[in-house]
Design a protein around this ligand. Structure first.
Ligand SMILES: [Zn+2]
Length: 241
């Protein structure tokens, strides 16, 4: 496991906050996809002083890991974000960018080597900073109105099997559950549960509402991102809280 650290290269980004933080302030691990056409363009952006964005670790298309900001400095990867009572998660998180063109440029499966190395890196960080499984999140979980990454192709279930992050234990009983819309009362309950679970539920209109439902589905029901609260989606969330 130590091997991965030795193989890591360094390409520091100027985009971080100058004050060092304490080890104990690190509480979250946040996964992203780059959403850029190539590694070259993504690395250029993340290390360009004008972009004002960065991450702690970058995993390129070949699975190689680049450190861009040391762990005890705050990288600028999450933007306006929240989870539970925590706001603006940059200050208490480590951000990992995984190279993938994303929804805008031809979203594709993450490669085996990318995921293999992501698991190794995550295990080191989880241990070092005592990060709880429930605090391992995607960018779209903490900024559902703005972000789709790392998206429905990100293997959350596989990671859960490797002791990284969480998964639900609700089993689909019948495929009709994918399409069975629930009552207004249960829909309200769904959003109450969603908030209890951690998501910021502050939608202004139906478009926002759909985005939040989709964020939840990207994370826990990746096979069907409908933006509709069907009975299956409802029960998955219920099993999580
Ligand atoms: Zn992101």
């Amino acid at each position: 496991m130590q091997n991965i650290v030795e193989k890591m290269t360094i390409n520091y980004s100027p985009n971080f906050s100058v004050n060092r933080r304490n080890k104990s302030e690190i509480k979250y691990l946040i996964f992203h996809y780059t959403g850029m056409k190539s590694d070259i363009s993504a690395i250029k952006r993340l290390t360009d002083i004008n972009s004002k964005v960065s991450c702690h670790y970058y995993i390129d298309l070949k699975g190689s890991i680049i450190q861009m900001v040391p762990n005890l400095y705050i990288a600028w990867h999450a933007g306006k974000s929240s989870w539970g009572n925590d706001k603006n998660l940059n200050k208490n998180s480590i951000g990992i960018e995984i190279s993938n063109p994303g929804h805008e440029h031809g979203y594709k499966n993450f490669s085996k080597i990318q995921i293999k190395n992501l698991i190794k890196l995550s295990k080191i960080l989880i241990k070092k900073y005592s990060i709880k499984n429930k605090n391992i999140l995607g960018h779209s979980d903490i900024a559902p109105l703005r972000k789709k990454d790392p998206g429905e192709k990100f293997p959350w279930y596989y990671l859960y099997k490797k002791q990284i992050g969480i998964w639900h234990n609700y089993k689909l009983k019948n495929r009709n559950q994918y399409y069975k819309v629930i009552s207004n009362e249960l829909q309200k309950k769904f959003f109450i549960n969603l908030k209890k679970f951690g998501y910021a539920v502050n939608f202004k209109n139906n478009t926002d509402k759909k985005k939040i439902i989709k964020s939840f589905q990207r994370r826990f029901r990746p096979e069907l991102i409908s933006g509709i609260i069907d009975i299956h989606t409802y029960n998955i969330l219920k099993s999580l809280i």
